[in-house]
Design a protein around this ligand. Structure first.
Ligand SMILES: [Zn+2]
Ligand SMILES: [Zn+2]
Length: 139
């Protein structure tokens, strides 16, 4: 049973605000690719476009786009404070267009709920996205 809930999210300076409809207990992900490593990226991925709503700050969002053989994603961050809030992309294996939200940008997600959420680890660095890396302790 999924219990989706609308969570409010924002960047650090609160210029960018959004809400996302998701079930934290259905899983989060961490990845060892060079981008995720530098960003300490911890996501809830695979949201449908209808489950994400940008409420404020669209004009202050900057984009860092990445395209590899495996996927295409556009990471969004606030140009005033630098906080990464979400990303959107396209991946056949995930059912096409998706949004991925940074768990750290969710304001009303409690620590108790976050630490109970399952984590899927991805070996992005090895271009082996559907399997965990050998070591996950640093992620
Ligand atoms: Zn900001
Ligand atoms: Zn990654």
């Amino acid at each position: 049973m999924t219990t989706k809930h609308w969570y409010n999210g924002s960047c650090h300076c609160r210029t960018v605000r959004f809400r996302a409809h998701l079930d934290i207990h259905s899983g989060t992900s961490k990845c060892n690719c060079t981008f995720c490593w530098k960003q300490r990226n911890w996501n809830v991925g695979g949201l449908k476009l209808a489950d994400f709503e940008l409420l404020a700050g669209a004009e202050f969002l900057s984009t860092y786009g990445r395209k590899t053989e495996a996927f295409e994603i556009s990471h969004k961050f606030c140009s005033k404070c630098g906080t990464q809030t979400h990303g959107d992309g396209y991946l056949e294996e995930m059912g096409g267009a998706f949004v991925s939200v940074r768990v750290a940008a969710l304001d009303d997600l409690s620590v108790e709920n976050l630490v109970c959420a399952p984590i899927t680890y991805c070996d992005g660095r090895g271009d082996n996205w559907w399997n965990p890396p050998e070591d996950i302790r640093h992620l």
